[in-house]
Design a protein around this ligand. Structure first.
Ligand code: OXD
Ligand code: MN
Length: 590
């Protein structure tokens, strides 16, 4: 029998499941987490002692630690991520698929005895506010103390989750083992029909913090289809105008495209009286309210943000937020025990260790921090934290943004004609890839709703679900497409981005209230330049014109790639999207 530490929950379903998992993985000890402060201290000591965390300069960065991952384990591995349903068609062309029996058998062999000499931690966690109809419970088992400490920041962990669950069996079973971190034996498998996730061979956030992408998006998207709600890769932000009115906006952007920055945007000095309220930076769960509007919660409790590029001039709130009680992963370490990354306020350090722990050569032509280096921090540390995050009913959403990274073609912002057209804008989203996933960076790929790596079922059916949600929401949010990343011929960004994006949000808010100037174009409503230009904006009129221009021929050339992509979904493509594609072609050719 394994030795046990901590308080064993009375929920018999959890006890039984943990017993079965322990019999397979063979840990030396089972540690039941309660989420308390004492426990945090104890686990931190264990992590430091075992080399999982390096204490940082506690005077400069109190409560902060550095984690260095294995060299081959620095990003999500989409090619090793599977949705395991009875029929491949249920998973769709957007997912890798394995038959459940085959994958359970394959992974069982890797898990067998994988925790010998290790502790198995049991982490009950709650996604969403306690007592909310939105919220879901998960229980993660892991052999990584780094994962436990991250889950503690990213979720409401311990007693609160057990209290919410009571004696119910309705929780996601999340099994994780680092095993031997061998990429050949790495799998992240989802079993929506069993409400189960099995992940093995990786300690990286998106692969190992199973509450995040695995539960809150892949499993939750399927639950949402069944139960009539949406799980989306969207930030949630409240924008307060000078008259004190707060408008809530959701925004879907692919990984590492600035969601964290936007969620805590700093208004430019020229926009006095505007304020930002942060509800979430990565995931939204949305349900229809009794008022016919869509209401959203952020199921998470922390940020797992990209460190490089975070500095006072890009995200001063984010930069301030990570000065205490933060876990850094794969950033550089300076010899005074503080951290550094590309885009940090401080100058390039002479003496630093790079993310691998090797002396860094600033002239060596390689970065000190890994491009996907991260910080993990509680949402409450954001200077713009909004207590509305705790509201069981969520916040009402007036506008939704679909954004991506495109050097050309896509204007700074445009508005859809209606919900169905908005769904089409989301479904045709394409973006240049980033370092958040392994594979080539900077290649344009279709990433519908920024959910390509995260939709836990056939994306054609998911679009159908979006359209059916549109029928239930009598007062739907207005839907917009945005692109902060257009460049000119010489490769210079045309739009300053960051705080200046608030000018775009101001127009979005005006439009969502039925006002604001716009020109109707074949792709949607585009703002007039006067809506953006004004005091303090350092962008020439000709650049603004280019940012807002619609290149009809280029859009015509794009039609075929859209329909080729749609064709890959066969009969699962909802008629409404085919209709929108035809209507776009007609408007472009008209
Ligand atoms: C993330 C991601 O970590 O999208 O949020 O990769
Ligand atoms: Mn994300």
């Amino acid at each position: 029998m394994n030795q046990s530490t901590g308080t064993i929950p009375i929920n018999a379903h959890i006890q039984k499941w943990v017993k079965d998992v322990a019999a397979m993985c063979q840990p030396d000890e089972v540690f039941w987490c309660d989420g308390s402060e004492d426990e945090k201290e104890r686990l931190t000591k264990i992590a430091v002692h075992g080399g999982d965390l390096i204490p940082l300069n506690q005077k400069e960065l109190p409560g902060c630690y550095l984690h260095r991952s294995a060299l081959n384990d620095v990003a999500r591995t989409e090619n090793l991520t599977f949705v395991c349903t009875d029929q491949q068609e249920e998973a769709g062309p957007n997912n890798n698929w394995m038959a459940p029996a085959e994958s359970y058998e394959k992974l069982s062999k890797i898990y067998a005895g994988s925790m010998r000499g290790r502790t198995l931690y049991v982490i009950p966690f709650l996604m969403g506010p306690a007592g909310s109809r939105f919220s879901k419970v998960g229980v993660q088992v892991t052999d990584s103390v780094y994962v436990v400490l991250n889950m503690r920041l990213m979720t409401r962990m311990g007693k609160i989750a057990l209290d919410h669950l009571g004696n119910s069996d309705d929780f996601t079973r999340c099994l994780h083992s680092k095993a031997d971190l061998d990429i050949e034996r790495r799998f992240i498998c989802h079993y929506p029909q069993d409400n189960t996730i099995w992940s093995v061979g990786s300690g990286y956030g998106g692969n190992a913090l199973l509450a995040k992408k695995c539960l809150a998006l892949r499993i939750a998207s399927k639950l949402g289809q069944k139960e009539g709600w949406l799980a989306e890769h969207m930030l949630i932000v409240g924008v307060e105008s000078p008259d004190g009115e707060i408008t809530y906006i959701c925004g879907a952007f692919p990984s590492a495209c600035g969601k964290t920055n936007m969620a805590m945007l700093v208004p430019p000095p020229s926009m006095k009286g505007w304020k930002i309220h942060t509800i979430g930076d990565d995931i939204s769960w949305l349900r229809v309210g009794s008022d016919g509007r869509l209401w959203a919660i952020n199921p998470e409790a922390g940020f797992f943000g990209v460190a490089p590029g975070t500095g006072s001039n890009t995200n001063s709130n984010g930069f301030k937020m990570v000065k205490r009680d933060t876990i850094f992963t794969n950033v550089a370490l300076r010899d005074d025990g503080t951290v550094w990354w590309e885009g940090h306020d401080d100058p390039v350090p002479d003496n630093a260790q790079d993310w691998r722990g090797k002396p860094w050569d600033p002239e060596g032509g390689y970065p000190a921090a890994h491009p996907n280096a991260r910080f993990t921090v509680s949402i409450k540390q954001s200077p713009t934290y909004s207590p509305e995050w705790e509201k069981p009913e969520g916040v009402p959403i007036s506008a939704m943004l679909f954004g991506a990274r495109r050097q050309k073609l896509v204007p700074l912002v445009y508005q859809s004609f209606n919900w169905q057209h908005g769904t089409f804008l989301g479904a045709t989203l394409a973006s240049e890839t980033t370092a958040a996933a392994t594979g080539a960076v900077g290649v344009v790929r279709r990433d519908p709703m920024a959910m390509l790596p995260f939709c836990g079922y056939n994306m054609g059916d998911y679009w159908g679900h979006w359209l059916s949600m549109g029928k239930q929401v009598t007062n739907p949010p207005k839907v917009f497409r945005v692109n902060w990343f257009q460049r000119n011929e010489r490769g210079r960004f045309l739009w300053p981005g960051f705080g200046e994006n608030l000018r775009v949000l101001r127009w979005v808010i005006e439009r969502s209230k039925g006002g604001g100037n716009a020109n109707e174009t074949p792709i949607g409503y585009v703002p007039q330049a006067t809506s953006l230009i004004g005091e303090g904006l350092d962008v020439s009129k000709s650049d603004v014109d280019q940012l807002l221009s619609v290149d009809r021929q280029a859009w015509k050339n794009n039609l075929k790639s859209q329909s080729d992509f749609f064709d890959t979904f066969g009969d699962h493509l909802p008629a409404g999207l085919r209709e929108e594609h035809r209507a776009l072609a007609k408007r472009l050719n008209g």
